[in-house]
Design a protein around this ligand. Sequence first.
Ligand code: ADP
Ligand code: MG
Length: 397
Amino acid sequence: MRKKTIRDVDVNNKRVLVRVDFNVPLKDGEVADDMRIRAALPTIQYLLDHNAKVILMSHLGRPKPENRDQFRMDPVARRLAELLGRPVKKLDAVVGPEVEAAVAAMQPGDVILLENTRFEPGEKKNDPELARQLAALADVYVNDAFGSAHRAHASTAGVKQVRPDLPAVAGFLMERELEFLGKVRENPERPYVVILGGAKISDKIGVLERLAQIADAVLIGGGMANTFFKALGYETGTSLVEEDAVETARDLLQRYDGKLHLPVDAVVADRFAPDAEAEVVDVQAVPADKMILDIGPKTIEHFGDILRSAKTVFWNGPMGVFEFERFAKGTFAIAELLAQLDGATTVVGGGDSAAAVRKAGLSDKMTHVSTGGGASLEFMEGKELPGVAVLDDAENA
Ligand code: ADP
Ligand code: MG
């Protein structure tokens, strides 16, 4: 079901409460990476262009009562003001009299940023009282925080739950995420190739199950491939293997025979370290004292052959320990292959996968790189995310 967006509601002179994802990395009291702030700009700018009073809220990190000063939103407000080229009034509370007074004094075109929503104990508990106080600030509720939409918190789901009559719509970032992830989840153009990797199979079982059903091919790399090798009876040496998941891997290999493609060679090393000596071996010849840290060149070629004809690709999970340069080749090669696909829809989900694509400098060459780590995985498993479920359905959708 398509959701209403900010285009579908009247925001002129309205108090628009927007849940954004400003959970940015900080360094020395400043924003170290403003990607997430930039990602929210189209929504904020649209609201300002349409004469709204914009009230922004987000969580930031995992504050505790004793260290909360490190998690105040002030650096975020400073960066946002620079990017918008207009003042952002940062408040020191999430709700309460100070906030109510500041909101009551707003003019169209004003921007307020509330304090870190996680300073309120009711945020993570989705406390209806906190949600009611937030809802009282708003004429329209917007959720643009896809990365937090898998959590039913007061700011992501509660506001609409306590005020069902409040218009609740998606921002542009949320809309984009739902459009592209929705396409690779439900309606891919074929051939549809899924690439799954990352550390552990147990994190990805739900995604693997669902995508194996609809994809034409599933390419498996990263640490999770090791558990499949174990299921096939290969020597896996000192590689990361999930003993508990060997049975599941065997079962998946049987049920999706012909669809699952495993690496044929691997880069191995004697220890988990950036300067460990790397060696390429066939996956059936892994020495007992070595660990698999990347896919090998023959695998890259084999995966490349399958990818070349793809019309849709979804990729989650690095092919190796890309944090170490020596073991990053497989991951970067896959990123390069996707970047070179002409006329195909390429979607990347997962926090580390998105980081790898950025490190390769290829984010702009993908159709869509999801801003949601956990949220994108839960979405791909087929779950309805609480922060999406509360939004108003578009008519005739
Ligand atoms: P995402 O965040 O994209 O969903 P994951 O969190 O599942 O991805 O996995 C990313 C991690 O997997 C990276 O830190 C990477 O180093 C690790 N990884 C990939 N291949 C291996 C491997 N062969 N052995 C150990 N760790 C691996
Ligand atoms: Mg991760």
